[in-house]
Ligand binder design. Structure first.
Ligand SMILES: C[S@@+](CC[C@H](N)C(=O)[O-])C[C@H]1O[C@@H](n2cnc3c(N)ncnc32)[C@H](O)[C@@H]1O
Length: 195
């Protein structure tokens, strides 16, 4: 199909992320993806995690792109995008037990990154999981020079910027940070769980 949005980064990172998600979400039933972007992750993950239902979401202007990927690569357990802009919309009316978000934390404004952590902490049920993929800082330190340059670019362009895991931990209370998994290209998966 012509005119589908395309992210080369998604194509590069989808398999390494899936390998981790297959283990982390092995008993999860219903996942909300925050900031689905193009929809490429969703169409790759959902049919390969067919024990669960995958709900896409994003700002309204990304829905047509997500829908074009879902139309071309449908899966029984893959749901169309929900309007969900952190800082604007209420938490979706869904009984989810897991949340996934890739590369959205450093794009949204810091107050929305904080709100996202708070909303996930509020709305996950006990034992619910949140997998958060992207670049992060550790106690004020970048994990690479390229991430430092990327952060400078992000803030100059008006995006929120790379967040520090120490701040995320404060914002996410009472979630526990179960694991910090190093991924290719200086990214990480943070695995959070509601007690
Ligand atoms: C860099 S893209 C990442 C997209 C996709 N998850 C990926 O990994 O390719 C960042 C995404 O965050 C979304 N986003 C930005 N601000 C947001 C907000 N306040 N609430 C929800 N999503 C937001 C954008 O619309 C965009 O889809």
């Amino acid at each position: 199909m012509l005119n589908k949005p395309y992210s080369q980064a998604c194509e590069n990172n989808k398999q390494p992320i899936l390998t981790e998600l297959a283990r982390i979400f092995s008993v999860s039933k219903k996942v909300l993806e925050i900031g689905s972007g193009t929809g490429q992750h969703a169409v790759y993950f959902a049919p390969r995690l067919n024990h669960l239902t995958w709900h896409t979401s994003d700002l309204p202007n990304n829905h047509s792109g997500i829908n074009s990927w879902l139309t071309e690569l449908p899966a029984d357990n893959l749901q169309p995008p929900i309007n969900f802009t952190i800082g604007k919309d209420h938490w979706p009316d869904l009984a989810i037990d897991a949340v996934f978000s890739a590369n959205a934390t450093h794009i949204m404004q810091p107050q929305n990154a904080k709100l996202m952590m708070q909303l996930i902490a509020e709305n996950l049920p006990a034992d619910g999981l949140f997998c958060q993929y992207g670049p992060f800082k550790f106690e004020g330190q970048y994990t690479s020079e390229s991430n430092q340059k990327f952060d400078q670019y992000l803030t100059e362009e008006g995006y929120g910027g790379i967040q520090d895991i120490a701040d995320l931990e404060i914002w996410a209370r009472p979630l526990n940070l179960l694991d910090t998994i190093a991924m290719p290209a200086n990214n990480f998966i943070l695995v959070w769980q509601k007690p």
